[in-house]
Write a protein that binds this ligand. Structure first.
Ligand code: PAF
Length: 286
């Protein structure tokens, strides 16, 4: 694996590969890598000739400075994992390399409704920061394919919209959420959970499954209210949302609905200061 810290050197190298007609797959990350990230590297390697992973903890997408400061960092281990996964390139830029003119948001992305709900509502400006950095990274790497995980369901929709808004010629491929045997969705933030909290955190997956069983029999608002209560009873301190939505546009589902509209349930909740998110498609056999 070759490590690049500078944009110019990376682009020079990538241009050589592209001139040889090699396709490029890209997996952007904020590090603290786990099997979920590595599965995206595996998907990229299967579909593209060349795989680039970036590690950059993007300051502009954190609406809470504590969350940014406490974001887990495990660079040595990340490099070892990427080498084992036979990733071709690691792009490891400094904040100055990505934001030479400072981190103020210079472009406003017209994301519309999607930015006003769920993560957008509870983390003001989060998606503007995500778009700012992903736009820059896509300009730098210019990949044929971009790989993101379904665990960040709303982020995937936002990035799809970013690609449409900017006309960037990259195909977005979404990889499935990887889970521990307990059902806990793999996440970099899990590193900040004690063993006891990891056990408590499995309630999220149990509740997603419960909603999947019940959603055709109970009113969505009753179901989400009872699941919120259950999360709080099982040790969560705050529940930002439990939401049943149309999987295509994240419009809320308000009626018990047996139709074939694809649906997704999404949860965000805090456990001892760690914010966890997860989701489940209700029409799938997951
Ligand atoms: O999902 C993430 O890790 C980040 O939001 C991303 C896409 C790498 C942008 O910083």
């Amino acid at each position: 694996m070759i490590l690049f810290k500078c944009i110019n050197a990376l682009q020079k190298y990538l241009n050589q590969q592209k001139n040889s007609r090699l396709s490029v797959g890209f997996v952007p990350t904020m590090g603290a890598l786990h099997q979920g990230h590595l599965s995206l590297i595996g998907m990229s390697k299967a579909k593209c000739d060349f795989t680039v992973c970036s590690i950059f903890v993007n300051p502009t997408q954190f609406n809470n400075s504590n969350d940014f400061e406490q974001y887990p960092i495990s660079l040595e281990n990340d490099i070892r994992l990427l080498e084992q996964a036979q990733c071709n390139i690691l792009f490891l830029p400094s904040a100055n390399e990505i934001y030479p003119n400072g981190t103020a948001l210079s472009t406003h992305y017209q994301l519309g409704f999607i930015e006003t709900i769920l993560e957008g509502k509870f983390r003001p400006n989060h998606f503007q920061g995500v778009c700012q950095v992903v736009h820059k990274l896509l300009d730098i790497v210019a990949p044929d394919m971009l790989f993101l995980g379904q665990k960040d369901y709303q982020q995937c929709m936002v990035i799809q919209q970013l690609i449409a808004l900017t006309g960037i010629k990259t195909q977005l491929i979404i990889g499935p959420t990887l889970r521990e045997s307990s059902g806990l969705a793999m996440s970099s933030r899990n590193m900040r959970l004690s063993d006891d909290d990891k056990q408590k955190a499995t309630t999220i997956y149990q509740m997603l499954q419960y909603i999947k069983q019940q959603c055709n029999h109970q009113m969505p608002n009753e179901l989400t209210a009872s699941v919120t209560k259950q999360l709080l009873k099982n040790g969560f301190n705050t529940v930002d949302y439990v939401a049943i939505c149309n999987a295509n546009n994240l419009e809320p589902i308000t009626e018990t609905d047996n139709s074939t509209i694809p649906k997704v349930v999404l949860i965000a909740a805090f456990l001892n200061g760690v914010r966890l998110i997860d989701n489940l498609l209700l029409n799938n056999t997951e």
